[in-house]
Design a protein around this ligand. Sequence first.
Ligand code: FE2
Length: 271
Amino acid sequence: MRLAHLTDLHFGAEVPEVVAALRDDLAGRDLDHVLVSGDLTMRARAGQFRAARELLESIGHPWTSVPGNHDLPLFRVLTRAFRPLSAYRKGVGRRAEPELGSGGLQVLGLSSPKRYLSRNGRIDAAQVARIGTAFTGPAGLRVLMLHHPVFRPAQRPGQPLVRGAEQALRAAARAGVDVILCGHDHVQAQADLALTWPGLGRHMIAVASGTACSRRTRAGESQSYTLLELTGDTLSVHVRHWNDGRFETLSETTWQRGADGWLPARAACRS
Ligand SMILES: [Fe+2]
């Protein structure tokens, strides 16, 4: 099973050269699914959603997304108050909280931006309950996807986590989730959530990717996205960065599945 994780495309602040390279890099790959964890746009404008959708359709693989805080209108206050996800649903043409089950892959996407939070996100009690019921039956890989982070990348200390993270992660651990995909910080990072949240009782892999194709890079990192390849009980995670006019793999981590979840088996970085 081969997946790509993209996040924070931020159309409206995209870099055309990076968009074109991202499309080429993804279209040429054998992928089962592309998972997009929000901030497809800068300001939830129809044209920005159209451009994001055009990119995702042109890659030529099935794709699934959730909204980020930038995908809710900021200045159209009535729309934000009463129909916060209307622009996203219309622009993307899909549900804001997708469930997917195909070919051994199970995905639950949750909408973490809220109309009453300007930048931060929250997973509420109803969403925690959905984590508990969405993952049923046998699966090769169970993936939970949301925009806001459930762990703190070292490059962005002091930034808040999604509210309700602990309850969400406890539900995810009970549901046997393998991987949690998120974005928002615009840097790439991975974590064993059992180390950052003691008492979870399950080693789940958290993956954050950087901004895929926008000029909103952070902490000196270039644009990036992540490839995940599952072979039996081994998950290889390749982080591909924009570097010198193209995307290339600059770090690889191999995780091994055991009785209590996933442990890193090997990590390598290229500089
Ligand atoms: Fe973002």
